[in-house]
Design a protein. Structure first.
Length: 274
């Protein structure tokens, strides 16, 4: 059976009349959902724009020089002074903080003044012409052992060799005269303070010292054992070159050699750092 065109139109009109409101409502709901989605997208875009603006402000602040630096740049003289101060501060920080690149060993060449605490009295030395003053020369080999955990200053282990000659003539019992000589070998720690840049004080709290004394004493002993202590200051001319001044006091047991050999040494020195 054939359905005519008019009948189809009538059926379509009847369907729309029955279902038209539901279809229209569904279309309105979809349009509303699309509008809500568009609003959320607009809100996200706005937040991204605000974040971008904040990031631009932070970048500008980070790249802009500080007000003090801007004023220094504006004035040529102030700029040079500021740059010089910054260089000095940077050098001081680098001298203390850049320890990994520092020299770790040191060889010292020294010489100066020696003073006995009192004349060496024995049957070999007649007291009238004994002297207490003289000169010394020596060398020191130092190796950096550790850095202290509190102030990060280095602790060295040092081995020193020193020769002292008492300059005044000493009259011997047999009628001959000569000079008293002291040869010292010491092993000691040295604590060096590096908080003042190129100026570096140091201290040797206590160390072990071996002394050979010539001529020998009444007991014919010429070797004795004692201790050494000292302090000084050093100036760093260059990473590999230092100059300084040290004072050491050396004391010994009188049981074996039976004469006084305690003495003070004042020694300017040159240090090679490597």
């Amino acid at each position: 059976m054939q359905i005519r065109t008019g009948q189809l139109a009538v059926l379509l009109l009847i369907f729309l009349a029955m279902n038209g409101p539901a279809v229209a409502q569904d279309i309105d709901a979809k349009i509303k959902r699309l509008e809500d989605l568009e609003a959320r997208i607009d809100a996200k875009i706005k937040k991204l724009e605000e974040m971008e603006a904040k990031l631009d402000v932070r970048l500008q602040r980070a790249s802009a020089p500080a007000p003090g630096v801007q004023r220094a740049i504006a004035d040529g003289t102030d700029g040079m002074l500021a740059a010089g101060a910054a260089s000095v501060a940077g050098a001081a920080v680098a001298a203390h903080a850049g320890h990994e690149g520092d020299s770790i060993h040191q060889v010292i060449f020294r010489g100066g003044y020696t003073h006995l605490s009192r004349p060496a009295q024995s049957a070999i030395f007649t007291g009238a012409k004994n002297d207490t003053d003289g000169w010394n020369v020596g060398a020191v080999i130092g190796v950096k052992l550790i850095r202290d955990p509190f102030f990060n200053n280095p602790i060295f282990g040092e081995v020193s060799l020193d020769f002292s000659r008492i300059t005044g003539n000493t009259q011997f019992a047999l009628g001959k005269s000569g000079n008293q000589s002291l040869f010292r070998v010491s092993v000691a720690p040295k604590y060096r303070i590096e908080d003042f840049g190129r100026i570096q004080p140091w201290i040797t709290p206590i160390g072990l010292s071996f002394l050979v004394n010539s001529p020998p004493s009444d007991s014919a002993a010429y070797l004795t054992v004692g201790g050494t202590t000292g302090a000084g200051i050093e100036y760093l001319l260059h990473r590999n070159l230092s100059v300084g001044l040290g004072v050491n006091y050396n004391f010994y047991d009188k049981t074996s050699n039976r004469i006084n050999t305690n003495h003070l040494s004042v020694t300017p020195y040159v240090g090679v750092n490597f």
